[in-house]
Design a protein around this ligand. Structure first.
Ligand SMILES: Nc1nc2c(c(=O)[nH]1)N[C@H]1C(S)=C(S)[C@@H](COP(=O)(O)OP(=O)(O)OC[C@H]3O[C@@H](n4cnc5c(=O)[nH]c(N)nc54)[C@H](O)[C@@H]3O)O[C@H]1N2
Ligand SMILES: Nc1nc2c(c(=O)[nH]1)N[C@H]1C(S)=C(S)[C@@H](COP(=O)(O)OP(=O)(O)OC[C@H]3O[C@@H](n4cnc5c(=O)[nH]c(N)nc54)[C@H](O)[C@@H]3O)O[C@H]1N2
Ligand code: SF4
Ligand SMILES: [Mo]
Length: 708
């Protein structure tokens, strides 16, 4: 066996090629791909990479099944049926690119802002994500896309308190004595963190899950606090109330490295445990005990770690919830220790060279301010006419690295938008997804095994390289190459449109930043991964990214941005407490968090993984089922004013009373009624970051006539 970073010069068989998992997962694993006679036969985790530790999740261990799937798109196609019908006919690359370029030129001559890119994190690579693509759209002067669909509420909230998305170091989690898993299900979505949590547990750590649902992970914790969705900000206020009033504090850390303690102390007096308990639907004792465990462990000098995940910020007050949580570690001095503190994301650890990658300077050449469209309200925005306020109607959508027809909220409207006869839609994909069905031109993209990339991550602090292991399947091309070819047809002659993928990767990180000072692409490709120059306890001595350099309990920036400058509670848009009239019609809160064997809507078409998930389910508490005469295994209709979907009920106490859970994100075409959970989700946004409120939804559920 021979490690060969670049299979272009192989002289041994089998080859082992170093790669990185491209998926939207905090773990960004280091891959070892076995290649025999030009065919990838196995994908394994690199045992030497500290966080991967030789293990991959089930999804990516099956990567060859996805790559060589018989339904991979292998050549360009044009639509021959009706929009959404999914009937296509093979065409040549020349015909595809000429057709697209002609359309783009025509529209750009009138108003380039009628052109909209739509992309997210199908691949998280810095090269195949937003590099050549953004250069292309910036050069055109197309509308900008606000990429809010996942993490922007929590990101903004975290930054108000901490200043930058840097957090506790995953590599030291096993040393913690108390781990709070807050709004995340790491067994499904952050496996390599969970491995370290298990090690901590063996060493005597206590695990607490805070989640409305008894997820796979919550089920394996010592304690599960099942609060109502969207009420985490109140719970954090209650914990702070107890910590402060019982003196479970690190007064030295507070004095040196925080701002606004006296105002915070006053504010939390409004949140005694009893009030918090009522808002959260839990007991006052749970609030008090949580604070005592947390503050007590810290007082004993033990490492405490909060893993906040994005589950808690997909609600109206999601930004504020994360802002509040981020105050907790500073109060008890948890940041002093490696592995202590809080982790929401590590993404700002990486000094990405965005100015080089994306060339935002091209926008200035257009002399007009470019409008921004929020990807989370694409349903409404595709249906809007031209107006002075909105700008031109969207006439072209170019979709890559995303599947909006399945993943965007209020899907009924998204579908109506994509079905517009006057919309010209191009989709770059591996498969004929729900979105691809609406394409006018469908282009085959390469997978991670077939192209080069370099990765930052959001769950650890290693720069990761991906070498191409095999030749592109069929006529598929990397995203970069597709935009390079389109740029040539548009007559864009700037040198950057000729950069190779390796040339882009070479400058993906900013070496003038000390964290990436010794970044060297050639070396990274050989080694596969390299840790940033980062201390294991990033805020042991303060150094927060806020304007004051401190952890800001009081935030002048929040005040300037129109928010309460102190931690507060913002109720859900849709809940029994906040909207009684709506709750009278639709009394059940519905959440649709990730299913273990899918990654967002990726992998739903991989048979072995879909078989494991079975079919769309709805978990419902026995009391709620009994009240509706619904039996386990029955097919039910889930509905509200926005839409409806069918699912098979699992009657289980895992869902707290008043809550239903539909693990997601199913491809619509694989469900009985061609629908998924986003039929009922809304386009209303979060308090901060203009993000969607996927878990802030009221529905009603009824037995389906004729089902058994
Ligand atoms: N297998 C798998 N892994 C994934 C993904 C996937 O789809 N499948 N998705 C990836 C992506 S894009 C992301 S963003 C990440 C993180 O994705 P997250 O959205 O953080 O997903 P989970 O880790 O499943 O955690 C969500 C948990 O939050 C809970 N929850 C829902 N509402 C609330 C609430 O109001 N308060 C609290 N405290 N909890 C709530 C849910 O019940 C669920 O157990 O995972 C990534 N990893
Ligand atoms: N109801 C509900 N809706 C949700 C969520 C939820 O929890 N509940 N979660 C939300 C979250 S957190 C997120 S991040 C979004 C995710 O939404 P998306 O980012 O759209 O994620 P995916 O559904 O995985 O779709 C990614 C697509 O990119 C394609 N792809 C992968 N690599 C490449 C490539 O190299 N080139 C090209 N051209 N295509 C590629 C894949 O085949 C896949 O179809 O969904 C959101 N929607
Ligand atoms: S999806 Fe996550 S856990 Fe699975 S291989 Fe990729 S990075 Fe690792
Ligand atoms: Mo996400």
């Amino acid at each position: 066996m021979n490690f060969v970073p670049n299979p272009a010069s192989p002289d041994s068989d089998p080859l082992i090629v170093r790669g990185a998992c491209p998926h939207d997962c905090p773990d960004t694993c280091a891959l070892l791909v076995t290649v025999k006679d030009g065919v990838a036969t196995e994908v394994r985790g690199d045992p030497a990479h500290p966080t991967t530790a030789g293990v991959l999740c089930t999804k990516v261990s099956r990567y060859t099944e996805r790559t060589y799937h018989k339904e991979r798109l292998l050549h360009p196609m044009k639509r021959v049926g009706k929009k959404g019908e999914g009937k296509f006919e093979r065409i040549s690359w020349d015909e595809a690119l000429d057709t697209i370029a002609a359309r783009l030129k025509d529209i750009a001559a009138r108003n380039p802002q009628a052109i909209l890119p739509y992309s997210y994190a199908g691949t998280m690579g810095l090269v195949q994500g937003e590099s050549m693509s953004m250069r292309f759209f910036n050069k055109i002067g197309a509308s900008l896309l606000d990429r809010t669909i996942c993490a922007s509420a929590g990101g903004v909230g975290y930054k108000y308190t901490i200043g930058t998305r840097i957090g506790a170091d995953t590599e030291h989690v096993q040393d913690a004595k108390l781990i709070i898993i807050w709004g995340g299900n790491p067994i499904a979505s952050n496996l390599h963190f969970w491995t370290r949590v298990q090690e901590a547990k063996r060493r005597g750590a206590k695990l607490i899950a805070i989640d409305p649902y008894r997820s796979l992970s919550a089920d394996k914790c010592h304690q599960h606090i099942a609060l109502l969705p969207g009420t985490d900000a109140a719970l954090a206020l209650g914990v702070m109330h107890v910590l402060i009033n019982e003196g479970l504090l690190d007064t030295d850390y507070i004095a040196q490295y925080t701002l606004g303690f006296d105002q915070l102390k006053q504010r939390v007096q409004e949140w005694p445990p009893q009030r918090v308990a009522e808002v959260c639907g839990i007991s006052a004792d749970e609030v008090i005990q949580l604070a005592r465990e947390y503050g007590g462990a810290a007082q004993r000098g033990e490492i405490t770690m909060i893993r906040a995940n994005y589950g808690l910020q997909r609600v109206h007050g999601g930004g504020m919830a994360v802002r509040n949580l981020a105050c907790l570690p500073a109060l008890v001095g948890a940041w002093r220790h490696a592995g202590g503190g809080l982790q929401l994301s590590t993404s700002d650890s990486f000094p990405k060279n965005s100015a080089f990658l994306q060339r935002p300077d091209f926008l200035h050449q257009h002399g007009v301010a470019t409008r921004t469209i929020n990807m989370s309200t694409i349903g409404d925005d595709l249906l809007r006419e031209s107006s002075a306020d909105f700008g031109p109607r969207v006439e072209v959508m170019i979709v890559y690295n995303s599947n909006p027809v399945a993943v965007a909220p209020e899907s009924g409207k998204v579908v109506q938008g994509f079905a517009r006869e006057d919309l010209f839609t191009v989709v770059l994909e591996h498969f004929q997804t729900d979105t691809a069905d609406y394409a006018d031109i469908l282009l085959p993209a390469t997978t991670q095994l077939e192209h080069v990339d370099v990765h930052a991550t959001y769950g650890h602090v290693y720069m990761m390289a991906n070498n191409a292991a095999i030749a592109p399947l069929g006529e598929s091309k990397p995203n970069t190459e597709i935009f390079r070819l389109l740029a040539a047809r548009m007559g864009f002659d700037d040198d950057c449109f000729k950069d190779s993928d390796n040339a882009i990767a070479e400058q993906a990180f900013d070496r003038s930043n000390e964290r990436a000072a010794d970044y060297d692409w050639t070396r990274l490709k050989e080694k596969g991964w390299q840790r940033l120059n980062m201390p294991a306890a990033p805020f042991a001595n303060g150094g927060f990214g806020t304007p004051s350099g401190k952890c800001e309990f009081y935030s002048a920036r929040m005040l300037a941005d129109g928010f309460d400058p102190l931690p507060t509670y913002i109720a859900p848009h849709e809940s029994v407490a906040s909207n009684a009239a709506l709750a009278a019609k639709y009394p059940l809160a519905m959440i649709s968090p990730p299913a273990r064997n899918f990654l967002n809507s990726s992998f739903v078409n991989v048979q072995s993984l879909r078989d494991t998930e079975g079919e769309p389910h709805l978990d419902m508490h026995p009391d709620d089922a009994a009240a509706r005469g619904i039996a386990n295994g029955e097919t039910v209709r889930i509905f509200n004013d926005r839409g409806s979907m069918l699912a098979k009920v699992r009657v289980t106490p895992k869902a707290r009373p008043g809550l239903v859970v539909g693990l997601s994100i199913w491809w619509k075409k694989f469900s009985a009624d061609g629908k998924n959970a986003n039929e009922v989700t809304s386009q209303r946004l979060t308090d901060m970051g203009n993000a969607p409120t996927f878990y802030d939804v009221l529905v009603q559920v009824e037995a389906c006539a004729g089902s058994a």
